[in-house]
Write a protein that binds this ligand. Structure first.
Ligand code: VG1
Ligand code: CO
Length: 579
């Protein structure tokens, strides 16, 4: 092939958000849009690109196949030596992280980075979302220093390189295609997207123990991949390796449009699973599984359910941290530390304190955990947004979380009297609350709000946060029974490893009794603005631990809406999604 230099002009708004560049497919389809962004990334990477191996794949959403062919050609023209692609362009986000960290090329070399093609839990299809996220050598999302550099280059870019004379590569079959170019041979390697990831999971967990649990006549489960990429891993791990009944799998064939749904594993969007698990129903449905789980489009998120029972993601990470040692062979030597994102509930803090573990609170977005893990300071971490993971890779990991829960269930049951009643998900959670207390938690999302109105609301909160007397006056007017706010601030994080500072990470109101209200703007939307409101209350009195979450939180919800003048600013009387 020849290396052609093409003229281009910048596009506005190619700014990677919390997790990469996410836009409507129609935006990505504009001429040179993908080329500009990929070239800007290569320019930002500089020297590293020549002779490197780059991974390109994703959740298989609509437009992935076109984007892959473009990226192959831009990579070849920039001097990349090899492009690695999961068969059919599929690789889950955690699998990409595993491939970067573990897979080796013919001469033992590792990949330099990856373009992950996904918009995660956002819907897919010709009129929906697409996304490109760049991950670096450690397998984690690019840090802000790099994404800022990419963004600034996109604003002035005037040319890109592209290989001319390379035919489209068939990505439906495993194998290697080699081309000769100006810098020597260039090849595209298509491989089995499950191989590296499945090997890693087998190394972390005791598959034998999980298999025994799954074979119990009183145990059944249901895994819903919501037509995302998790399906191919679920088939390999749960069915082929762990011998689960194939009927346990729901929506496990990846689709370009996720079957028209939101591939978002929460109580609103994972409707079919929620129904199967009997949530919100009191009438006896036959054969409700004992365990249920779902993933998002790119399989880095998870939702865990028991029979008629929801585990909040904030509880999930705390419970995994509290039970990992003993249940999961990978953690045999103990945990190095634990971390959560700022809006995630303090359930993990309580565990860290009780077990005397190092603890970190970082801004939203997985990239902040990576530095801690690289420095050996953190083993288990999580976010309230259905993200849980560990230092086995540098992304959150949906299937890992499910295997962690199955391991804990298997371990607890192996300790229970043999022939006795199954220890369930709900049993494990209730014992946890009784031991550590319970953090009632909910998140209200106001999606696609007018961007100007959202900014005004946040600006108002920034100024309100500094006046405790104003805040407490409003609170007492609304409900004198609610405790006072003792601190308001705008969350700021100084990375303990590299000293970098991230500002404006959300407004916090911290109450006397440990309750918290947090407001922040989403960084993953593709249209308008999304305001997220996080509401949390701690309860350690055994008599109050069992009450309904929405009942326990109702007074705080009312305060949050009044404090922020939510309806006044946004015109919304209710949120779009409650999780
Ligand atoms: C959201 C979540 C955040 C998560 C991010 C990426 O970000 O709140 O916790 O890390 O999505 O997850 P934001 O900025 O919209 O609140 V994923 O599965 O979309 O890569
Ligand atoms: Co995701």
């Amino acid at each position: 092939f020849v290396r052609a230099v093409k003229e281009t002009t910048p596009y506005d708004g190619q700014k990677p958000g919390t997790s990469g560049l996410r836009k409507k497919v129609t935006v990505f389809k504009q001429p040179r849009y993908v080329e500009n962004f990929v070239q800007a990334t290569f320019n930002a990477l500089g020297e590293k690109v020549k002779g490197s191996i780059i991974v390109v794949s994703g959740d298989g959403r609509y437009f992935s196949k076109d984007a892959i062919q473009i990226i192959i050609k831009v990579a070849a023209a920039n001097g990349v030596k090899q492009v690695w692609i999961g068969q059919n362009g599929l690789l889950s986000t955690p699998a990409v992280s595993a491939v970067i960290r573990n897979r080796v090329g013919p001469d033992g070399e590792k990949a330099t980075g990856a373009f992950i093609l996904t918009a995660s839990h956002n819907p897919g299809g010709p009129h929906e979302d697409f996304g490109i996220k760049y991950n670096t050598e450690n397998g984690g999302p690019a840090l802000e220093s790099l994404t800022d550099k990419i963004f600034s280059i996109t604003k002035t870019i005037n040319e890109y390189y592209i290989a001319e004379g390379i035919a489209d590569v068939d990505i439906s079959e495993c194998g290697t295609s080699t081309f000769s170019g100006p810098d020597g041979p260039f090849s595209v390697v298509v491989f089995d997207p499950t191989e590296d990831y499945v090997n890693l999971m087998k190394h972390i967990f005791d598959f034998g123990a999980i298999k025994s649990l799954l074979s119990r006549p009183d145990f059944s489960f249901c895994y819903d991949a919501l037509h995302g990429v998790a399906g191919i891993y679920a088939q390999k791990i749960f069915v082929d390796e762990l011998s689960a009944d194939p009927s346990f799998l729901l929506n496990c064939v990846p689709k370009e449009d996720f079957g028209g749904g939101h591939p978002d594993p929460n109580l609103t969007y994972a409707k079919e699973l929620v129904h199967r698990m009997g949530l919100g129903k009191t009438d006896p449905i036959e054969e409700i599984p004992e365990f249920g789980a779902a993933a998002d489009g790119d399989a880095d998120r998870n939702m865990v359910l028991g029979k008629r029972f929801f585990v909040t993601p904030s509880d999930s990470v705390a419970i995994i941290a509290a039970n990992a040692v003993g249940a999961i062979p990978y953690f045999e030597g103990g945990l190095k530390g634990v971390a959560r994102s700022m809006p995630t509930s303090a359930a993990l803090d309580v565990v860290a304190k009780a077990l005397n573990l190092k603890f970190f609170e970082v801004p939203t977005g997985w990239k902040f955990f990576g530095n801690l893990m690289d420095a050996g300071m953190c083993s288990v971490c999580g976010e309230e947004s259905f993200g849980t993971g560990s230092d086995h890779i540098r992304e959150k990991d949906g299937i890992w979380a499910v295997l962690a829960w199955l391991s804990i269930l298997a371990h607890r049951n192996s300790q229970a009297p043999s022939g006795g009643k199954l220890v369930t998900v709900e049993d494990i959670v209730r014992v946890h609350w009784a031991t550590y207390g319970r953090h009632f938690y909910t998140r209200y999302d106001y999606e696609n709000v007018d961007a100007g109105a959202a900014k005004e609301l946040m600006a108002y909160l920034v100024s309100l946060q500094s006046s405790l007397s104003d805040i407490n006056r409003i609170i007492k007017d609304v409900n004198p029974d609610v405790p006072s706010v003792v601190k308001g601030d705008e969350f700021e994080y100084k990375d303990p490893v590299d000293g970098s500072v991230s500002k404006h990470q959300g407004i916090r109101f911290l109450f006397e009794d440990g309750s918290r209200l947090v407001f922040r703007l989403s960084g993953t939307g593709s249209e308008g603005a999304t305001i997220r409101l996080y509401i949390e209350q701690y309860q350690s009195h055994t008599s109050k631990i069992g009450i309904e979450s929405q009942v326990a939180l109702a007074p705080l919800v009312e305060i949050a809406l009044k404090l922020s003048k939510m309806e006044e600013f946004t015109g919304r009387s209710s949120p779009t999604v409650i999780t």
